[in-house]
Design a protein. Structure first.
Length: 104
């Protein structure tokens, strides 16, 4: 089945990050710094960090971006690239990223 064409431009991201055992506090600090810088970006509509109360060490982002260009700028920003370079040892496995576009 073909998906319907999106009706609106904003892009939403749900990203799940899993902390390495014993590195939860360090990862939370790094994620907090990332959120503080990211919400200042002009194309950022929302950049919220959540925890799963039933799964310690699991962090979930809900992001909203004005456009694909805004998301691309975020992913090339110094604070995002710095986070990626510095946090790999704090996480288990790759980040699970779901890119969503509103249909209705």
């Amino acid at each position: 089945m073909k998906h319907p064409e999106p009706l609106v431009a904003p892009i939403h991201i749900i990203a799940t990050v899993n902390a390495e055992l014993g590195k939860e506090a360090e990862l939370l600090e790094a994620l907090t710094q990332l959120v503080r810088a990211s919400v200042e970006e002009s194309g950022c509509l929302q950049y919220a960090l959540h925890i799963d109360p039933d799964l310690p060490g699991v962090f979930v982002f809900y992001e909203g971006w004005a456009s694909q260009a805004a998301l691309d700028e975020h992913m090339a920003s110094p604070h995002f690239l710095s986070f990626v370079a510095a946090s790999d040892f704090l996480m288990t496995g790759p980040t699970d990223i779901r890119k969503l576009m509103r249909v209705i």
